[in-house]
Design a protein around this ligand. Structure first.
Ligand code: NAG
Length: 368
């Protein structure tokens, strides 16, 4: 009897070890991206509020299929880990590759991922770059593989990447590099299905970008909640996306929920019609406004601020300017949601837009 119980306990722990072989030590991910284009000083990051920091972005050279760090980023990237570890010696850093901007990077990713030989160049150069610059891991931000073939190639890339990272760890004797990907809010991105099995097998976790909703609407721009957690009447919400990822077979413990430290600024068609789903005549100032600037806008214009608890989204308006964004109640509700759903954690894009650490501190304290 006793030995049978012991046997059960041993096999359960073995299963546990196998299942969590990549994620040893990641009980929670409290993360944010630092974006070099923000010109925010790395030394000013309050790293005590985070368990993981993403350094964005390394580039993919479309000619060589190798990962590179641009000359303007070299000094800040190579010292990133040492700098953020001064305030928090246990914070882990990941070098993020790619980014959302432009067709060139999408084309470069699609072309690289289409052949085993170019995938190997990408993988080997990324590992070398991470080690040479003292990062603890690598993150791929390909937005997004655009069809079934590209998704299949993305899956092959992830599986080969994991094998190479494991082999490098065996030969170097160092802990394996962490591997993550920034992915669409749902496993099913408007009909294009993510390679969930490869993601599950080969990534430590995914950063789910549950924001930028209703941004590039072709059917005329409306004041949609840009990062709604719930959105009655539409399938476009953080909860709908997270539910889809889990139903597709991904463990909640591999999911990190993303929220924005920026809002969408729109011009109302009618100053008196300022709720959600109101018509607009376009974007203001390019559309994206950082949280810090939004707080200034509210103070300077005595703008009206509304938190909608049904969708979990904030907006503010003054005159015909309308900004949808996440303020403190949205952030704390989302962190509680992530914890309640047993997700691995949360991340924010991006650090420089926080307002004197208000959101990052709140998020960290809310998780506990
Ligand atoms: C919140 O937003 C939803 C969706 O647009 C809407 O139906 C609801 O009336 C709003 N709640 C409040 C209190 O304004």
């Amino acid at each position: 009897m006793a030995s049978k119980i012991l046997h059960v306990i041993l096999s359960c722990s073995l299963l546990f070890l196998l299942q969590f072989q990549f994620s040893a030590g990641q009980n929670v991910v409290k993360a944010a991206y630092w974006f070099s284009g923000s010109e925010y000083a790395v030394s000013d990051i309050d790293s005590s509020l985070f368990t993981h920091l993403f350094c964005a972005f390394a580039d993919l050279n479309p000619q060589t299929n190798r990962v590179t760090i641009s000359s303007g980023n070299q000094a800040r990237f190579s010292t990133f880990t040492a700098t953020v570890q001064r305030k928090n010696p246990s914070v882990k850093t990941l070098l993020s590759i790619g980014g959302g901007g432009g067709d060139a990077i999408k084309t470069a990713f699609a072309s690289m991922a289409s052949q085993a030989s170019s995938r190997k160049l990408f993988i080997d150069s990324s590992i070398q770059l991470a080690r040479n610059n003292n990062f603890h891991g690598l993150d791929i931000d390909w937005e997004y593989p655009a069809n079934a073939q590209q998704m299949a190639n993305f899956g092959s890339l992830l599986n080969e990447w994991r094998a190479a990272v494991a082999a490098e760890a065996r030969s170097s004797g160092k802990p394996a590099l962490l591997l993550s990907a920034a992915v669409s809010y749902s496993s099913n991105y408007f009909g294009v299905i993510n390679p969930v099995q490869a993601i599950s097998n080969s990534l430590d976790w995914i950063n789910v970008m549950a924001y930028d909703f209703f941004y590039n609407s072709n059917s005329g721009r409306i004041t949609g909640p840009p990062a709604a957690l719930y959105s009655p009447g539409t399938q476009i919400s953080g909860n709908a996306g997270i539910t889809a990822w889990i139903q597709a077979g991904l463990s909640a413990k591999k999911i990190v929920l993303g929220f924005p430290y920026f809002g969408h600024s729109l011009q109302l068609a009618d100053a008196n019609n300022h709720g959600f789903w109101a018509p607009t005549s376009g974007v203001v100032n390019g559309g994206a406004t950082g949280y810090k600037q939004i707080k200034q806008f509210i103070a300077q214009n005595k703008a009206t601020h509304v938190f909608n608890a049904t969708v979990v989204s904030d907006y503010c308006y003054s005159g015909t300017t309308w900004i949808g964004y996440d303020d403190t109640q949205s952030i704390s509700t989302k962190v509680n949601y992530a914890k309640g759903k047993n997700l691995l954690g949360y991340f924010a894009w991006h650090i420089a837009n926080d307002d004197n650490w208000a959101l990052s501190r709140l998020a960290s304290q809310t998780w506990g």
